[in-house]
Design a protein around this ligand. Structure first.
Ligand code: NAP
Length: 339
């Protein structure tokens, strides 16, 4: 094969905001599949906020990427060669092949996808880990009911756009929060949320106007000043789905006290009988993937679920795009088109 591999490695652990020099881009030979293995050519790579955690060796729910190793990440691609009878060249597959062009994997770690159902890259977003996160968090924690008010932060992003549309399909009134007029217009006009508030403006006043009776479910993606504005507006028996707090991911360990934005006063948790629960989608989410996929495809066919991707071309552009994701520069689910 005259092709060569391209890989993005973790060169050093960032302190604070990552920089491009924390990554190293290397060329190498295309690997050969071993016994029971499949050679995959990655077509799209998912970039997700959790990758910031993998760059750090601070204690977490998952192991960090080793220095000098390929950055971790979900991918979709095409089988080039297979030593596993379950896969044939040309099959479209999803898996966790990382920030690289080619990869060999055990067949058991790959999942075939049907490109007639949705475009290949959508298996990284609406039908991938972010979509699964949205569905699991609402099924298990948020449980929105018809007529309830649901507020979704980072509403134009990978998780937020799906969470809001699921909540709406269940009959809730859904208010998004996003950064800037263009994202807010998209959330309202194209995703069909009831309203979308710009967190760069006076968020407290906008929340009062949009949620005059308070908030039943808050989907937390962000933390910081957004959380501080939403939290006092919970109704009794409100639920807070603690999905992530991206505003804090670049704060160095040990600097939390000095660097973290002030959190809300938790006193009302008791008085209002609030439920605040965190979750990690990989705990039990993937066992429920077939059910999730069937529900999502039903919503897509019924015109109740749409999505936006932010596609950046070329693996070499991944470090820059990832740094931008942590500052809100993406608009929609961020994916790299691997060339
Ligand atoms: N618990 C789990 O299992 C799980 C799984 C997947 C994702 N997550 C979490 O879900 C959240 C959303 O992830 P995603 O993949 O859907 O990302 P995303 O929303 O597609 O992209 C991140 C968005 O967050 C906002 N943002 C970025 N930096 C920020 C900052 N410093 N302060 C305030 N807002 C900022 C930006 O939106 P605006 O421009 O609109 O502010 C940005 O577009 C993250 O916290 C992620 O860690 C958790």
């Amino acid at each position: 094969m005259s092709e060569y591999n391209l890989q993005v490695l973790l060169k050093r652990r960032p302190v604070g905001e990552p920089v491009e020099g924390d990554f190293e881009i290397v060329e190498g030979p295309v690997p050969l599949p071993g016994h029971g293995q499949v050679l995959v050519r990655n077509r799209f790579l998912s970039l997700d906020p959790y990758m910031r955690g993998r760059m750090s060796d601070a204690k977490s729910y998952a192991k960090p990427v080793e220095l000098g190793a390929v950055m971790e990440g979900a991918t979709v691609g095409e089988v080039i060669a297979s030593n596993d009878p379950a896969f044939a060249p040309g099959d479209a597959v999803m898996g966790g092949q990382g920030w690289q062009r080619f990869c060999t994997m055990d067949g058991a770690k790959l999942r075939k996808v049907d490109v007639n159902e949705v475009p290949l890259s959508a298996n990284l977003g609406v039908l991938g880990m972010p979509g699964l996160t949205a569905w699991v968090g609402l099924e298990d924690i948020g449980e929105p009911k018809p007529g309830e008010t649901v507020v979704i932060s980072a509403a134009s992003g990978a998780v937020g756009q799906v969470a809001g549309q699921i909540a709406r399909a269940r009959g809730a009134r859904v208010i998004g929060i996003a950064g800037g007029a263009a994202k807010c217009a998209f959330v309202k006009d194209e995703l069909g949320f009831d309203d979308c508030l710009d967190h760069r403006g006076d968020l407290e006043a906008q929340l009062d106007a949009a949620c005059p009776n308070g908030i039943d479910v808050y989907w937390e993606n962000v933390g910081g000043h957004v959380q501080a504005a939403v939290f006092p507006r919970f109704r009794d028996f409100g639920r807070m789905v603690m999905c992530g707090m991206i505003a804090q991911y670049n704060i160095a360990p040990g600097a939390d006290a000095a660097g973290a934005p002030p959190g809300p006063n938790l006193g009302p948790v008791v008085r209002k009988r609030l439920r605040i629960q965190g979750f990690i989608v990989s705990d039990h989410g993937w066992q429920r993937y077939p059910q999730f996929r069937a529900v999502m495809l039903g919503l897509i066919r019924g015109g109740q679920l749409t999505w936006r991707e932010d596609v950046v071309t070329g693996l070499a552009a991944a470090p820059r795009a990832f740094i931008g994701l942590l500052k809100g520069e993406n608009f929609g689910k961020l994916v790299i088109k691997v060339e």
